[in-house]
Design a protein around this ligand. Structure first.
Ligand code: PHE
Length: 325
């Protein structure tokens, strides 16, 4: 192998590589020169047979050639990849792939909207527990031992004697034990009831509890706050009515209906906190006054968006959820 031979091989390789315009052709050249049976590989194998005095120079030349051909091939590969005419697999004029953008579930969105309305009235949002004791779910709310809602048909009990809360009213005494009035809290969250699932029932749904307690927080305050809230949520023109009702933990109690088309629809329960509840919270008798209310979220979401079946809200079907962007 003379110097001339080296130069000829280098020239040949260089030209071949520069003329290769497809990735496959380049790959073939790589095999031709550098593959197992490639010509440069063959030269490398000869190094040990060259007489010792010439060996270092010969070895160096073969190595230089090998590295040169390697870098020429890489260079040409890079050139082809960046050249749209030569790689039909890549079209830089096409649009990129748009990453899917998520959005808030309509229940989450409605909860947040309601929390914002009440935050402007000074209400803090607090968290409750989904696994509760009979005390906070019933006893502290003045619900008698023989009340039907305590039955296993109406509440999920755990074998350890806990239960899945059936209403967010559990946060009332929990929070009142934690802090002293003045108190303005809002507590959204899940509640559970063993109802058969159909278009309007689910074994799990969401409620928001509100509680305001101070030295003088009377029924007029209750009406004013609820009035303001419902109008902000459903619009200034909304018509509503307060209907007498009964809850063991409020006295007097009301249910509030809103006018929806021709019909009146119940949207929330409310009332003045029963002194028995203050007693369970450990507050001194006759010191405080306040009101509480509770509303179901699914009901409101379904009304606002015209959703006819509650199950749609829990199936996580993207085709349904995508509408709420
Ligand atoms: N917890 C009641 C329910 O689930 C609603 C309510 C809350 C009523 C607070 C009065 C006061 O129906």
């Amino acid at each position: 192998m003379t110097d001339m031979d080296f130069q000829a091989l280098e020239k040949e390789a260089r030209e071949a590589i520069q003329q290769a315009h497809k990735a496959d052709d380049l790959e073939a050249l790589k095999v031709k020169y550098l593959g197992k049976k490639g010509s440069i590989t063959a030269l490398l194998k000869q190094v040990s047979q060259v007489p010792p005095p010439e060996r270092p120079v010969f070895g160096q030349k073969v190595n230089q050639l090998k590295h040169l051909v390697q870098s020429l091939i890489t260079e040409q590969q890079t050139k082809l990849a960046g050249d749209p005419d030569h790689d039909p697999g890549f079209d830089p004029t096409l649009d990129g792939i748009k990453p899917a953008v998520g959005s808030l579930h309509p229940i989450t969105r409605t909860i947040r909207e309601i929390c914002v309305i009440f935050s402007r009235l000074g209400f803090d949002t607090v968290d409750g527990r989904e696994i509760e004791t009979e005390f906070y779910n019933f006893t502290a709310l003045n619900i008698p031992l023989d009340h039907p809602s305590r039955d296993a048909f109406d509440t999920f009990y755990t074998p350890q004697g806990y239960l899945l809360r059936s209403q967010t009213s559990t946060v009332q005494v929990r929070e009142m034990k934690r802090r002293k009035p003045p108190l303005r809290i809002l507590a959204p969250g899940r509640v559970y009831r063993p109802d058969a699932v159909d278009a309007s029932h689910s074994f799990m749904f969401h409620q928001i509890e509100g509680l305001m307690v101070d030295q003088k927080t009377n029924f007029a305050d209750l009406k004013g706050v609820i009035h303001l809230f419902l109008k902000q949520l459903f619009g200034e023109k909304l018509k509503m009515r307060f209907r007498p009702h009964f809850f063991p933990f409020t006295e007097p109690s009301v249910e509030v209906d809103i006018k929806w088309g021709e019909r009146w629809l119940e949207v929330l329960g409310a009332g003045q906190v029963n002194p028995m509840v203050f007693k369970y919270a450990g507050y001194p008798p006759r010191r405080y006054q306040g009101f509480a209310f509770g509303l179901g979220i699914e009901r409101i979401v379904m009304l606002r968006y015209g959703i006819k079946d509650i199950r749609l809200l829990f199936e996580n079907d993207q085709r349904f959820l995508e509408q709420f962007r």
